[in-house]
Design a protein around this ligand. Structure first.
Ligand SMILES: [Zn+2]
Length: 323
């Protein structure tokens, strides 16, 4: 007999997000989200991963990133189910970085609480939301809806046409190794065979729900729905751009397919960016193997890696690729 459950509504799940806002350790910008799919849900606020909270003062910079992880990313990283096809309720409009991560995690509907639009943050970041976050969501085929809990109304912001499939010209590759056990030797064997699409790329090992060794391979690429060869300017001015770095893709892509990455079986061709490193700490990653530990997208990334290594939060180890 199949299990009977009452489907979760965006009103009840938005309420779960709102109820989690108070758990945020952030002094001024408390935001929460609730991810749900079928009968399952998980609410989480923004905040500092424990390893960062215990080692650094709240205002410490990790390279060019804050030490906090956004509520949306926390929800994805902690979700106890595959995030592909799930919905996400957020108390506030989402930033472009979260938009890219939400797309990579395969989330198909975002709900935003109507009160979030009146807040100071929304006013300050309104342009980024309109010009980047919503564009990224639309290209990725994600519906965006405003929720009024009190009046029980839903106001569409972006409605995706039936049958729209976002272009994915460089999707995360997933390879199964049914005869292999998960090991560093296997990681090393896989990376020698990868033909990367970008100088920044990475590989993560995991086990699927049947215990089969699974590798995820990703290169740096614009958000789902965008092409590397598009005419659209991908390097927007200011704080954000349309690119998603390989480690972020691996962390989000793993959750999309319900895979948990062990703490020490990730490889990256270069040092990940500051934001990727903070997200990796939130994902309980402890070691990253790196082909070029003195090379990174920017100097801040090297500083962030050094800082986290020094405090023994996240160690970078050199791993040579022998083709
Ligand atoms: Zn965000």
């Amino acid at each position: 007999m199949s299990q009977i459950f009452t489907p979760l509504s965006p009103f009840s799940t938005m309420q779960m997000a709102v109820d989690s806002v108070a758990t945020s350790a952030h002094p001024s910008n408390k935001i929460a989200a609730c991810i749900y799919k079928g009968p399952n849900s998980l609410a989480h606020a923004n905040g500092w991963p424990p390893a960062i909270a215990t080692n650094f003062p709240p205002d410490a910079r990790i390279g060019n990133s804050s030490g906090t992880v956004h509520a949306e990313v926390n929800c994805i990283l902690k979700a106890p189910f595959a995030t592909d096809g799930s919905s996400l309720c957020i108390t506030d409009p989402f930033c472009p970085n979260c938009a890219k991560n939400i797309a990579e995690a395969g989330i198909k509907h975002i709900y935003i609480d109507h009160k979030g639009f009146a807040k100071d943050f929304a006013q300050r970041r309104g342009d980024d939301f309109e010009n980047m976050s919503l564009r990224i969501a639309e290209r990725a085929g994600i519906n965006v809806t405003m929720v009024n809990r009190k009046e029980e109304t839903l106001t569409p912001i972006i409605t995706i046409k039936d049958g729209y499939v976002p272009r994915e010209d460089n999707p995360i590759k997933i390879k199964k190794f049914p005869d292999e056990i998960i090991s560093h030797a296997l990681l090393q064997k896989i990376i020698t065979k990868v033909e990367p699409r970008h100088e920044r790329w990475g590989v993560a090992l995991s086990r699927d729900s049947n215990g089969i060794t699974t590798a995820l391979i990703a290169s740096c690429h614009p958000a789902i729905g965008y092409s590397q060869n598009t005419q659209t300017p991908l390097n927007a001015e200011g704080k954000y751009n349309f690119w998603l770095e390989p480690l972020n893709r691996l962390l989000m892509g793993a959750k999309r397919f319900g895979l948990n990455i062990p703490p020490n079986l990730i490889f990256t061709s270069q040092i990940p960016t500051s934001r990727e490193l903070v997200n990796a700490v939130a994902a309980d990653i402890k070691e990253i193997y790196c082909a070029n530990p003195h090379t990174a997208r920017d100097a801040d990334s090297l500083a962030a890696a050094h800082l986290l290594s020094q405090r023994q939060i996240l160690e970078i180890k050199e791993l040579n690729i022998q083709h």
